[in-house]
Structure formats: C-alpha cells, structure tokens
Design a protein around this ligand. Structure first.
Ligand code: 5RP
Length: 217
C-alpha cells in the first residue's frame, strides 16, 4: 500500500505530462513541492515559473528554475497546485499552507488549473478542513465576528502570510454552496481572500488513489 507521500509523488509525476513549455504557474505545499521536484527534471522544456509563495520561489530557484514576477508575464497555460479538499464539482478549499491569496491570483492568470491531490482530499462537502481566511491585521476582530455570524468558529493561526497579513481558520462550516460562501466572505471588509476556490474551480483534477492516478475534467 502506497504511503500518502508516495501518492503525492505519483500525482506530481502525472502533472508533468501537462507541461509543454512556456511559463508554469506553481502552487504551494507538500504536493506542489513534489511537483517542483518533477518539474526540475524537464526544466529545459520551460522558460520558467511564477511562484505562489516565497517558499515555492525558493524551491524553484534551488532547482535552477527561473522565477518570474507575475506582472512581467502575459499569462500561463497551466497552474499546478494541491488542495486541502476538493469536490466532484472541482470546487476546492485551499490555504492550509497560508498561501491562498497568491495562489488565487496566479491561478486567475492561468488558462488551465490542474489540481493535484491524494485521494484523502476528495470529499462530498467542503468544510471539514478549517477554511482559511486572510485578513488585514487591524480588521481581525471585526472579521472574526462576521465569520461567527456565518456559523463558523474562527481561530487565529500563529502565522504571518507572505503579504504581511493574518489568517483566521474557520472551523465548523458545512459549505453546501461554495460559490455563494466564497463571495459572501470576500465581501466582509478587511478580508483579503478566503480559501474557497469555487468561482474559479479546477479544470483538471489528478487524483492519486491506491489504484493509480485518476483524471477528472
Ligand atoms: C497551501 C495550499 C495547499 O495546496 C494545500 O494546503 C495542500 O497542501 P499539501 O499538498 O501539503 O497537502 O493551499 O496554501
């Protein structure tokens, strides 16, 4: 039986099949790290990458992959990233690694979002994993009160984002309408982004299962 890390490695290898050239958008987290290690093996095929976090930029550079500022590129064919949860509708809950805002921005600039996950992330309903919300520090208490009104229990994470903000992890939400909830939370003054990726869902899901990597489109 493959370990979770072996499954992540398998799905990272499968994602490299989608790398045809140009500039690749790269996500953050342990699965994305496996993808970066695989991407390094085909780095002569690409011009470079746009990173969704400082950690990802560092790992890309350590492999000798050029990292471009997002503002210096016209867009990307693909963005490859993991998720904390994903549904059959390709709606994702992300941000366990705290990089949700930059992930959402880079993903918005890519034609195809390829989500790479092990089978444990495939869920019927989002929300068992606490929903990360990036918040401007001065708005912390206000946003926490508003999130409580939506039925969640926000907990301050001991973490500062790459953008200098805080994260509230919202426990206890059963997110039956992710598109609506994403928009609702984004409307709270002081919220920078929330970890629901539903308005712009994944285009391709590569899911590593004990029976092999399954592709959903
Ligand atoms: C980081 C993320 C990650 O994609 C998500 O947390 C999954 O991480 P991992 O691949 O380590 O399970 O959204 O902000």
């Amino acid at each position: 039986m493959a370990t979770q890390d072996e499954l992540k490695q398998q799905v990272a290898k499968a994602a490299v099949e989608y790398v045809k050239g140009g500039i690749i958008g790269v996500g953050t987290g342990s699965t994305a790290n496996f993808f970066i290690d695989e991407l390094a093996k085909v780095k002569s095929k690409i011009d470079g990458a746009v990173a969704s976090s400082e950690a990802t930029a560092q790992r890309l550079r350590a492999h000798g992959i050029e990292v471009f500022d997002l503002n210096s590129v016209d867009g990307m064919e693909i963005y490859v990233d993991g998720a904390d949860e994903i549904t059959e509708h390709m709606h994702m809950l992300k941000g366990g690694g705290g990089a949700l805002t930059r992930e959402k921005i880079v993903a918005a600039c890519a034609k195809t979002f390829i989500c790479i996950c092990d089978a444990s992330k495939y869920v019927p309903v989002l929300g068992k994993f606490p929903l990360p919300v990036e918040v401007l520090p001065m708005a912390r208490s206000h946003v926490a009160r508003e999130l409580t009104k939506l039925g969640g229990q926000p907990k301050l994470r001991d973490f500062t984002t790459d953008n200098g903000n805080i994260i509230l992890d919202v426990h206890g939400l059963e997110i039956l309408n992710p598109v609506e909830m994403e928009a609702k939370i984004n409307q709270i003054v002081g919220v920078v982004t929330n970890g629901l990726f539903a308005a712009r869902p994944a285009d391709v899901l590569l899911l590593a299962t004990p029976e092999g990597v399954k592709t959903y489109k």
